[in-house]
Ligand binder design. Structure first.
Ligand code: ZN
Length: 240
């Protein structure tokens, strides 16, 4: 089994706010050991410090500007830089998130990333992706109330992203977001809305472009039907 030193590597970054150049840990693809993949694409590792999800947000150690690969490279609004300076950098107490991370450290990085994305006016799709991954961090820690809170925020942001179509030029597609919103509704206990979204994936005009997502929607719909059947039997025959 490869050790963490060979699984993690230092990647170079340049801060888009203060121009500081630094390295931050990333995970070499195909070197880690995933042990579980949830229906919402959360991946678990036996050793969570080798989970690429922990290194998703990069935090500039100099100014606190925190970002991922999906942030816009060009911001037309000239007042944004000033807002970042006032709301983030002027309040930044230097802290280094560039090394190996624990789950609580990854949570701090995600919160900084969400705050920066909000100040910078990043898309609903970017915010949703960050909130979703932050929820997974709480899943790793088995903090269900916090997990569900951020899944709910992600669900709301993904629905706004569908409405605005702001997922173009990201690694998300309409089909993938429709499936995820369905899965989030299922997870959060709203089967009617879940069925609505799973159905929209299965009958989508682009369904042939992503058979994997259509299969996932069918599977989760089936899982939900079986859960509901079991609950109905339990209600009608409490003695079992
Ligand atoms: Zn910086």
């Amino acid at each position: 089994m490869a050790d963490l030193e060979t699984i993690l590597y230092d990647k170079k970054f340049k801060c888009a706010h203060c121009d500081h150049e630094f390295t931050s840990k990333k995970v070499r693809l195909r070197r880690g050991h995933p042990i579980q993949r949830d229906p919402d694409f959360c991946v678990h590792y036996a050793n969570q410090s080798e989970n690429p999800l922990l290194y998703h947000v990069i935090v500039c150690p100099e100014c606190g500007f925190s970002f991922n690969d999906n942030f816009r490279t060009f911001i037309p609004d000239p007042t944004v830089e000033q807002r970042i300076q006032e709301k983030i950098s002027d309040n930044w107490t230097k802290k280094d998130y560039t090394g190996m991370r624990t789950v609580p450290e990854a949570i701090a990085a995600y919160k900084l990333g969400i705050f920066t994305a909000d100040v910078r006016g990043e898309s609903h799709c970017v915010l949703a992706g960050l909130c979703m991954r932050l929820a997974w961090m709480y899943r790793f820690l088995k903090k269900k109330v916090k997990e569900d809170h951020f899944l709910e925020v992600a669900r709301h942001e993904y629905e706004l992203s569908l409405e605005k179509g702001d997922y173009a030029n990201t690694d998300m597609t309409e089909l993938k977001i429709l499936y995820l919103v369905g899965e989030l509704y299922r997870h959060l206990g709203n089967p009617q809305q879940a069925v609505h979204y799973f159905s929209s994936v299965i009958h989508h005009k682009l369904k042939d472009t992503d058979p994997q997502m259509v299969r996932a929607a069918r599977d989760q719909w089936e899982t939900m039907r079986e859960d509901m059947k079991r609950e109905k039997v339990a209600r009608e025959d409490p003695a079992g």
